[in-house]
Design a protein around this ligand. Structure first.
Ligand SMILES: Cc1ncc(COP(=O)(O)O)c(C=O)c1O
Length: 361
């Protein structure tokens, strides 16, 4: 048998090697904090912890935050590894999964890597990138084991409401499937406790991290919320991968979770200001059309004429500005703009984006 296994993510490789620019609008989360932005003492740190399956103070802090039982929490290196552990625990090679389109490409690559048979359901620009439960139902088969959704949606930033998620959950329940919701952007609602689909039913599994909403990607503090039996299977699976986390990171994550209120305030102020800047920019452009979510840190405009690839190239080469080409999300007429950076960079980057668009007219 000639099996071709996916072992790379084209998007992640691009993000690591090609997205940097003087005016970087390609980053999707809040700009990274520095160590000095966190209050902690060296006495809070230790090299080695006790307990093989999670650092209890971290597990408990997350359980308290989400108001769930500690047995439902699994920690992992970022949402990335949380997605990997969750998906690997939930499916066997050959299982059918239903993944949204457009999708965050590493999720698609991961599903292929795990040997899933990947079917897609569309989130259409014309429908405001909404999830249609009817469309999911049409694509479900008796072999579907998992439905995968991002909320907010990456790349469009669109929020999926609980009613829609409940309908998807009901479809999954009837078909003996589960729903994996990547909620890494949902935390940008900044609700306390955070809004989560985990409470919508036992078929929901949720992944997230401190990366996007709080600018704490460097901590790699990710987690999965799952029913206790499933959570246990993910911990056991992790024995084949990372085995144990970096303990100093776990300690710093506990310190960070205690300070989220302060970090949140700064993040909210920045996002509000930057959303205004981006909305003003979009108001002034008749060559772009966009769904404009009221929250979050990303938008996914469409170039009415011409090619977004050409725009992205020109923007990078001549205008020292980067956005993410829509081809990474299977929609080459679009590009993704991030608004989590500092406002001066965004303002200048948008000015330059306007210059590149004018040049291509
Ligand atoms: C939908 C989605 N999930 C996961 C990640 C990765 O998050 P983390 O840095 O927590 O691994 C990203 C990053 O862009 C993302 O967009």
């Amino acid at each position: 048998m000639n099996l071709r296994i996916t072992r790379t993510s084209a998007y992640m490789h691009w993000a690591k090697t090609r997205s940097r620019a003087r005016f970087n609008l390609a980053t999707s989360g809040l700009a990274n904090l520095k160590l000095q932005d966190l209050q902690f003492s060296l006495d809070d740190l230790e090299l080695t912890g006790e307990g093989g399956y999670g650092y209890q103070p971290l597990i408990q802090a997350l359980a308290d935050r989400y108001q769930v039982d500690a047995a439902c929490v699994v920690t992992a290196a970022g949402t990335s590894f949380a997605n990997h552990l969750a998906m690997a625990a939930l499916i066997n090679p050959g299982d059918e999964i239903l993944l949204e389109s457009p999708a965050y490409e590493p999720l698609l690559a991961l599903a292929h890597y795990l040997g899933a048979e990947v079917k897609r359901f569309q989130r259409r620009f014309e429908d405001g990138f909404r999830i249609s439960p009817a469309e999911i139902e049409r694509n479900l088969s008796p072999r579907t084991r998992l439905i995968v959704i991002t909320n907010f949606h990456n790349p469009s930033g669109v929020l999926t409401d609980d009613d829609t998620l409940k309908q998807v959950g009901e479809l999954a329940r009837q078909g003996n499937a589960r729903v994996l919701v990547d909620e890494v952007y949902l935390q940008m609602l900044f609700a306390e406790p955070p809004r989560t689909s985990f409470h919508l039913g036992n078929q929901f599994i949720v992944t997230s991290s401190l990366t996007k909403a709080f600018g704490l990607s460097g901590l790699r503090c990710g987690w999965i919320l799952a029913q206790p039996q499933l959570a246990k299977s993910m911990w056991l699976l992790n024995d084949l991968f990372a085995a144990t986390p970096v303990h100093a990171g776990e300690r710093l994550s506990v310190a960070a979770l205690r300070q989220l209120a302060v970090i949140t305030e700064r993040a909210q102020t920045r996002l509000e200001r930057n959303r205004q800047l981006l909305n003003q920019f979009l108001d002034a452009r008749d060559d772009l059309e966009a769904i404009r979510p009221a929250s979050g840190s990303i938008m996914f405009p469409r170039v009415k004429q011409g090619s977004a690839d050409r725009l992205c190239e020109l923007l990078r080469e001549k205008y020292e500005t980067s956005v993410v080409p829509g081809r990474f999300f299977e929609m080459p007429a679009h590009f993704r703009v991030g608004l989590g950076g500092d406002s001066e960079t965004l303002a200048e980057g948008l000015e330059r984006l306007g210059g590149a668009l004018d040049e291509l007219r």
